[in-house]
Design a protein around this ligand. Structure first.
Ligand SMILES: [Zn+2]
Length: 76
């Protein structure tokens, strides 16, 4: 019934996050490339792209290290 855990809105494109378990390459920092039902992230160390469903992503995420302050809105 409660879905608050998987609807955590605090995922934004451009976020740099740290995961609980490091990637096999040794890196533990990732950049969020796309959000939605699935979250696409890129390993900042080796550049590998990984796609996770939102729930899995939120479980693996340990912390958000940085977030773009201003949304990238392009002037018309
Ligand atoms: Zn990696």
């Amino acid at each position: 019934m409660a879905v608050s855990n998987i609807t955590d809105p605090s995922v934004c494109v451009g976020d740099v996050v740290r995961t609980r378990k490091p990637h096999p390459c040794g890196g533990d920092q990732w950049t969020v490339l796309r959000t939605g039902a699935d979250i696409r992230i890129r390993c900042n160390t080796c550049g590998r792209l990984v796609m996770l469903d939102r729930e899995s992503f939120l479980k693996r995420r340990k912390a958000t290290l940085s977030r773009p302050d201003s949304p990238p809105e392009s002037p018309r």
